[in-house]
Structures are given as structure tokens and as C-alpha cells.
Design a binder for this molecule. Structure first.
Ligand code: PBG
Length: 330
């Protein structure tokens, strides 16, 4: 059947029929809100490169977590912005049970128990050099790094973190972390692996937010994060992480890697998440601020793209404002 018998505009002519044929939906339950945590009391510190995003003290993290839960957002991802005096060569603060992130997790789980809490496993907020792993003679040693990442993961699990999210891209870390969790009876602690994480320019504002960009300087993470030219390799990464015990996997960044999200969603029976990273958020925010497009519509469109590609959920700094505009959002 061709024109004029087939006219695709027939199913677009009114709101009711457009709603009837709609294929994908954005729901508050699709969204995960990343939050930056700082030490102190009742204080918010704007992140200059992320318009509208503040670093929050634990009391305000709780307030924001409550708001997220009210809006139907299932989980938050916490990232510490630690004081420079707590950074070291080996990032030992990462396995301190009284660290800022551990205190934040305990307080948030006590105040808003039904809100999922996700924490990164990687050393970059804690190292003086800004790398996700240890740095020895100019290289990031894989196996030694995994040994300390396990300590970080166990410390977070003990603090009450629901989801351990290794974002470091070391080989074999998911298996070692899973085994350690099982051994210590953290059998229900979930692992969301940043399985296909690319060495990307779009993490710039995040590195400002956690203070790792000045530490990193001109160095990059290309010896452990993926080359943006590759996609078959992403499937190998995902396959290995699932085999090692990942419950969920992530592709990151989001919008420039929609093909990878689609490939992973079609290739594996595992929930796939996408991270609309800081640079993506900043571009959309600044574009809207300049009047180039409507902020709310642009965020909706960008997030629906992830659903279309097959993502089960999306980490986005816009989670609160987007959820508030969705059905069920208040
Ligand atoms: C750290 C980490 C990064 C992000 C999440 N976890 C930055 C990096 O790898 O340098 C980026 C998130 C964002 O840009 O929003 N391992």
C-alpha cells in the first residue's frame, strides 16, 4: 500500500490518536538523580560549569532525596566532592568508613529508606592525580587497583549503599567485588557496572564538580576508558561484566553512544542504563539559556531517545525538573 492509501499523517492529526500510537514513554521511574555531596551544614555550592546543579551538604542531600522520592524517582547516585586535604596518592580516603560518602549514605538511608542509593567505585575523587586507579611509574596498575577498589566497595556496602557502581574500567573488578560481597554476606547488594565507559570529553563539568580536573591536568584516561571509535569492544566489556556478576550495566556517555545502548539492549538480557553525562547536561542547559530551544522540551526529547534506544533507565542531572513535568510528577 502506498500513497494516497497510506498516509502516515492520519495517525498524527490529533492529540488523542498521537497518544494512542505512542511507542515510548518517559516516566519518573526511568530516572536516576546524580548528587554531589560536600561536608558541612545547610550549604549549597553551585557548580559553575553545571548551571542549576549544586554541591550539597548531607542535610540538603536528604531534603533533595525526599523530593526525588516524592516525584517517583527510584534512586540517586551520590558523588563526593572531597576536600583537597583528604586526597592522597593512593586515595585511601576511599575506604575510610567515616568518609563523607559513607556518612551521606548512612544518613540518607536512615531518612529516606525507600530511595535507592548508588555509589561510584573509583578512586578519582580521592587521588591527588585524579585518576580512577593507583598511579605507579606513570601507569595505572590494573590488579593492584582492583585490590583497593574491593576495599572501597566493601566500605560502601557496609555503610548501607544499595548499588555498587564500579566506574573505573579496570579489568576483572566486577568479579572480584561480587566475590567479596558474597563472602561478607552482602548477597543483596547490587552491582551496576559502568561496563562501556568511553574516554570522553563530555565529563569535563563533572570533573570540576568533584575537583578531579585540576588534579588530572593534561592527563587522560585512555589507557582504561574505551576508545570512542569502538563498538564491538563495548559488547565484550558488557558480556564480561555480566559473566562476572553485574546485575545491571551502563553505557556512558549517553547521546553520542545511542548505537551502543541499542546494541547492548538487543544483545543482552540485562537491564541497561544510560548516563546523560555532565557535558550533555551542560550543552542542553546552555543552549536553552541562550534561547536556542525550549529547555523542558529539549530534555524530554533527549531522554526519550535513550528509551527508544532500549535503555531501562537514565542518570540525568535534570531528573527532578523532568520528573516534575511527567504524569504522576508533582
Ligand atoms: C569517575 C566518574 C566520572 C563520571 C562518573 N564517574 C568521570 C570520569 O570518569 O572522569 C562522569 C559523569 C559525568 O560527566 O556526568 N570515575
Amino acid at each position: 500500500m502506498v500513497f494516497p492509501y497510506t498516509r502516515l499523517r492520519r495517525t498524527r492529526q490529533t492529540s488523542w490518536v498521537r497518544r494512542l500510537v505512542q511507542e515510548n514513554y518517559l516516566l519518573p521511574s526511568d530516572l536516576i538523580l546524580p548528587l554531589f555531596v560536600i561536608d558541612g551544614d545547610n550549604c549549597r555550592e553551585p557548580v559553575e560549569s553545571l548551571p542549576g546543579v549544586d554541591r550539597l551538604t548531607i542535610d540538603l542531600v536528604i531534603e533533595t532525596g525526599r523530593r526525588a522520592a516524592q516525584l517517583g524517582i527510584p534512586a540517586v547516585a551520590l558523588f563526593p566532592a572531597v576536600h583537597a586535604s583528604l586526597k592522597s596518592d593512593d586515595g585511601a580516603e576511599a575506604w575510610n568508613p567515616d568518609s563523607l560518602i559513607c556518612r551521606a549514605v548512612r544518613a540518607l538511608k536512615a531518612a529516606v529508606p525507600d530511595l535507592g542509593v548508588i555509589c561510584d567505585v573509583a578512586l578519582d575523587p580521592y587521588t591527588t592525580h585524579g585518576h580512577d586507579g593507583l598511579l605507579k611509574d606513570g601507569v595505572i596498575p590494573n590488579d593492584e587497583t582492583v585490590e583497593v577498589l574491593v576495599r572501597q566497595a566493601l566500605t560502601l556496602a557496609e555503610a548501607g549503599c544499595d548499588v555498587i557502581a564500579p566506574s573505573d574500567m579496570m579489568d576483572g573488578r566486577v568479579g572480584v567485588i561480587r566475590a567479596a560481597l558474597e563472602e561478607r554476606s552482602y548477597t543483596d547488594t547490587l552491582i551496576l557496572s559502568y561496563a562501556a565507559k568511553y574516554a570522553s570529553s563530555f565529563y569535563g563539568p563533572f570533573r570540576d564538580a568533584v575537583g578531579s580536573s585540576s588534579a588530572l591536568g593534561a592527563a587522560d584516561k585512555t589507557t582504561y576508558q574505551m576508545d570512542s571509535a569502538n563498538s564491538a569492544e563495548a559488547l565484550r566489556e558488557v558480556g564480561l561484566d555480566i559473566a562476572e556478576g553485574a546485575d545491571m550495566v551502563m553505557v556512558k556517555p549517553g547521546m553520542p553512544y545511542l548505537d551502543v545502548i541499542r546494541d547492548v539492549a538487543q544483545g543482552f538480557d540485562v537491564p541497561v542504563f544510560a548516563y546523560q553525562v555532565s557535558g550533555e547536561y551542560a550543552m542542553l542547559s546552555l543552549g536553552a539559556e541562550r534561547g536556542l530551544f525550549d529547555r523542558t522540551k529539549a530534555f524530554h526529547e533527549s531522554l526519550l531517545a535513550f528509551k527508544r534506544a532500549g535503555a531501562r533507565g537514565i542518570l540525568t542531572y535534570a531528573a527532578l525538573e523532568v520528573a516534575a513535568t511527567l504524569p504522576g510528577g508533582r
